[in-house]
Design a protein around this ligand. Structure first.
Ligand SMILES: NC(=O)c1ccc[n+]([C@@H]2O[C@H](COP(=O)([O-])OP(=O)(O)OC[C@H]3O[C@@H](n4cnc5c(N)ncnc54)[C@H](OP(=O)(O)O)[C@@H]3O)[C@@H](O)[C@H]2O)c1
Length: 249
């Protein structure tokens, strides 16, 4: 019983720490314009061999965008298209990030990894490199996927995630996600942080709920990666969530 109480206290404290460490809309600059911007022509997709990343690549090509995919292993991205350029790189290697960011109009990131059980800085350091390269080359817009459960969405992945999955399996990963959000929010970029619920591989349902206050403190909320990708690509030409972190589910 004592162990259970200590564990629940730890889980709740972690959730509070993720709330404080991630982005909160109170700390963002106000969105002063609702005017849509011109859609970008050339975008860099980071994390293109991952679940969301693949959907981003396919859907961006469908929209007629010129896509560059930054990947560690080009053989993992089995998409061929005249408008797709695949470049080998690693977000932790600044030179490869800079080369990929140069001459893009915007960056879309679905970076993630599976090194859950020890502290890492892959998300935060990788994103710092992306933001630095964007500033060096005058690339203004970044749309980045993080997760419900961070910043002012803490607890909104549902009770199972708040009390079990995040504290037991993902504490280091989520802590680095909170740092990643801070790096984006403190940048000079035109940024949109997209926080999905639990991701599924089902077909897109095109019934995405989005905004602040999305998610549920009790029930786990889900969303197909296809719908996350569509929502992220929509943010390239919209100022609705400029410098904000909408949840999506
Ligand atoms: N799974 C969920 O239910 C869930 C819920 C909410 C939010 N999210 C978040 O959503 C994001 C996308 O998740 P996902 O499951 O769709 O993606 P994923 O399958 O985890 O893919 C992650 C991508 O990041 C790439 N990557 C990792 N380290 C890299 C590095 N050092 N340099 C360059 N690329 C690197 C991976 O490349 P390789 O193929 O080379 O490894 C892969 O393309 C993640 O941040 C995840 O935490 C997930």
């Amino acid at each position: 019983m004592t162990i259970l109480v200590i564990f629940v206290a730890y889980a709740l404290l972690l959730s509070a720490a993720l709330a404080a460490a991630g982005h909160s809309s109170r700390s963002s600059l106000p969105n002063t314009t609702g005017i849509p911007r011109r859609p970008p022509a050339r975008i860099l997709i980071v994390g293109a061999t991952g679940g969301t990343g693949r959907q981003l690549v396919l859907r961006a090509l469908e929209r007629g965008l010129k896509v560059t995919a930054l990947v560690r292993d080009p053989s993992k991205l089995e998409v061929k298209h005249p408008d797709l350029t695949i470049v080998r790189g690693d977000v932790l290697d600044y030179a490869s990030v800079e080369a990929a960011v140069r001459s893009q109009d915007a960056v879309v990131s679905a970076l993630g990894h599976r090194q859950f059980f020890y502290p890492t800085r892959i998300l935060s350091q990788g994103t710092a490199n992306i933001v630095k390269a964007m500033e060096a080359h005058g690339v203004t817009r970044i749309v980045c996927e993080t997760s419900l459960g961070i910043g002012d969405s803490a607890g909104r992945m549902g009770l199972y995630y708040t009390l079990f999955t995040i504290p037991l399996i993902l504490p280091f990963y989520f802590w680095d996600k909170a740092r990643q959000e801070r790096i984006i929010a403190e940048s000079h970029a035109e940024w949109v942080i997209v926080r999905p619920g639990v991701l599924t591989n089902g077909p897109g349902r095109k019934r995405t709920r989005h905004g602040r206050g999305i998610g549920n403190f009790l029930w786990t909320v889900r969303i197909p990666r296809a719908d996350v990708a569509d929502f992220m690509l929509n943010q390239l030409a919209s100022n609705e969530y400029l410098r904000a972190a909408p949840g999506v589910c």
